[in-house]
Design a protein around this ligand. Sequence first.
Ligand code: T4K
Length: 387
Amino acid sequence: MSTHSTTSRVAPRPFEHPVYVTRPLLPDLQVYTAALQGIWQRQWLTNKGQLHDALERGLCDHLRVSHLSLVGSGTAGLMLAFRALELSGEAITTPLTSPATVNALTWCGLTPVFADIDPLELTLDPDAVERAITPRTRAIVGVHIYGIPCRIGPLQAIADRHALRVVYDAAHAFGTEIDGEPVLTWGDASILSFHATKLFNTAEGGAVVTPDPDLKRRIDLYKTLGIQDEITVAVPGINARMNELEAALGLANLPLVEGERRARGEIAHVYCGRLSALAGVECVAVPTGVRHSQHYFMVRVTGASPVSRDDLYERLKPFNVFARRYFYPLCSDFSFYRDCPSADPRNLPVATRVAQEVLSLPLYGALGTTAAHRICDMIEYVLRTDP
Ligand code: T4K
């Protein structure tokens, strides 16, 4: 429970050590070193090692998906998916995302077209997507932002009507389900990131998930320089492999991930219960029927708050709390995109407002609920005192 009265004007005690937005899930070091011993014995470090293959199988079981290809990063996974699907022309996407989503399109020679987002769920607004379609549109690239699933049904209906491909950036959606179905089963492909800051991590890494075995085969080819056999290079591939040291970390982390998700859920429960009561602070809601990945805990600091989002972000720092403004600025505001017609803020009024409001609070299992209560005390204190 909170050690501070919610009406006290005494400043809460800062944390002794920095509290970051996240910390990586790490297995017992002995478990990992035992796996390393096996790698040393086999002297097999990369290129489809046995741990790589074991992790692909383990993830298919855990995530209940049929085909999954491990890759070197989520960004590489996006690029491989666009390439293996032979996309060209325009792809409609959201500006509220990591640079990875939009830059991967650019790297593959596609033209990103920004569409606005839903004001509550913060994912692509299907009506805005429909309005952005031109004769050059080939794909919709939705992002399950903060682990909240895109409006899958309406987006697929649009894609079917216009013969478009659908790729989901599911970097935040490890374990997100809709009505008991993994969100990863929708679309032509979904991309996961296993970066250190993700719910499930392999330090660096990611995966492409697809219902199509032929697409999985092509991704596997593209991620290994296109090498089919010793004398055949079938496609102009890149090196986007996951190595054995990363796969070993993934295999050691996989049994821990559900416990981590539950521990994060308890912290989110504390944040939600305490912060929803504050004027001008809104917790980003998880839609009904959705089992959330607990990847991020997001609040929106609206105009009804006595302090702005940026003030709150800055004024938590002296308490040793380092929240993050994911994803501010919008991708459409980057110098190299801002001149695109679709990047005009008048085309993106909801995303433009939301990017000024969102704040990602510390969320990782080892944080614990006592620390979450202390962070709530700090937020309450900031909101009721002048700087
Ligand atoms: N799509 C989406 C929607 C994404 O969010 C991302 C990645 C991707 C695609 C691409 O996936 P990858 O290609 O990365 O696999 C982080 C990550 O670098 C990035 O992976 C992630 N999105 C993005 C949202 O967040 P930063 O700039 O916030 O990272 P950094 O280094 O500031 O870390 C945040 C905090 O985490 C630190 O303050 C402390 C803690 N931390 C971080 C690292 C790396 C640790 O405690 N240990 C660590 O090893 O970008």
